[in-house]
Write a protein that binds this ligand. Structure first.
Ligand code: IMP
Length: 198
C-alpha cells in the first residue's frame, strides 16, 4: 500500500481528503499540530507556491512523499481577495461570523456576488520533484449565512448551478463538486493511473 503524508493541521481538510481517498489503496498519514511539529511560514505569492512550501517542508521532516493543499476564496467585490490570505482574513475579525457578514455587506453594496474557491495540491515526491494539481469551483456569495456543515467560508458560498451553500451540504455532496475535490481527483488519477512515483 502506498503511504503518503498529508501535511495539514486543518481537521476539516483532513476529513474531506480521507473521505475522498477511503476507497483507494493509499494510506494517508497526517500530522498533529503540536509542539513537536513546527509549520513553515506561508510566504508564497500564489496558491501553488504556498502549497509547495508545505509539501516540501513535510517531505524534509518525515522523508516520505508528502502532499499539501493551499486553498482559498476569491471574491469579485473584493478585487479577488482574500485569495491566498483567506485564513488570515477571517482571523482578522473578532469572530468568523463578523468576517462573513463583512463580505455579505460588501457584495450587496456592490451588487457583485461572483466568487470562486481555488485549491492547489502540491505533491513532493523527492528532493527535486514537486508536482501540482489544481481545482476551481465558481459560484455566488449568498444573501445570508446558511448551513452548519463545512468550515470557513462554506456558509456564504453557493456553487454555480446549486441552490444551497457548501455548509448546507453533506460532506459527500460537497466532495462531489468542491475545488479541493477536483484537485484531489486529478491527484488520485496520477497516483493510480500513471507509473507509480513511489
Ligand atoms: P490554508 O490552510 O492556508 O490553505 O487556508 C485556507 C483557508 O481558506 C481556510 O482556512 C478557509 O478559511 C478557506 N477555505 C479553503 N477551502 C475552503 C473550503 O472548502 N470551504 C471554506 N473555506 C475554505
Amino acid at each position: 500500500m502506498q503511504k503518503i503524508l498529508f501535511f495539514s493541521s486543518n481537521k476539516n481538510k483532513i476529513k474531506e481528503i480521507k473521505n475522498k481517498l477511503k476507497n483507494y489503496n493509499i494510506k494517508i498519514i497526517t500530522i498533529k499540530k503540536n509542539k513537536e511539529v513546527s509549520f513553515p511560514t506561508e510566504s508564497g505569492l500564489s496558491f501553488n507556491e504556498n502549497a509547495s512550501i508545505k509539501s516540501n517542508f513535510g517531505f524534509k521532516i518525515y522523508k516520505i512523499p508528502c502532499f499539501a493543499d493551499d486553498s482559498g476564496i476569491c471574491i469579485s467585490a473584493l478585487k479577488n481577495m482574500p485569495g491566498i490570505a483567506s485564513k488570515k482574513f477571517l482571523k482578522s475579525f473578532k469572530t468568523e461570523s463578523e468576517g462573513l457578514q463583512y463580505i455579505l455587506d460588501i457584495t450587496k453594496k456592490k451588487m457583485d456576488f461572483d466568487a470562486y474557491f481555488y485549491s492547489s495540491i502540491a505533491f513532493t515526491i523527492n528532493n527535486t520533484k514537486t508536482i501540482f494539481f489544481n481545482g476551481i469551483v465558481k459560484g455566488l456569495i449568498s444573501q445570508k449565512p446558511l448551513g452548519l456543515g463545512g468550515f470557513g467560508y462554506d456558509p456564504i458560498f453557493i456553487p454555480r448551478g446549486k441552490k444551497n451553500t457548501f455548509a448546507e451540504m453533506t460532506i459527500e455532496e460537497k466532495n462531489n463538486i468542491s475545488h479541493r475535490s477536483i484537485a484531489i481527483n486529478k491527484f488520485i488519477n496520477y497516483l493510480t493511473k500513471t507509473a507509480s512515483p513511489l
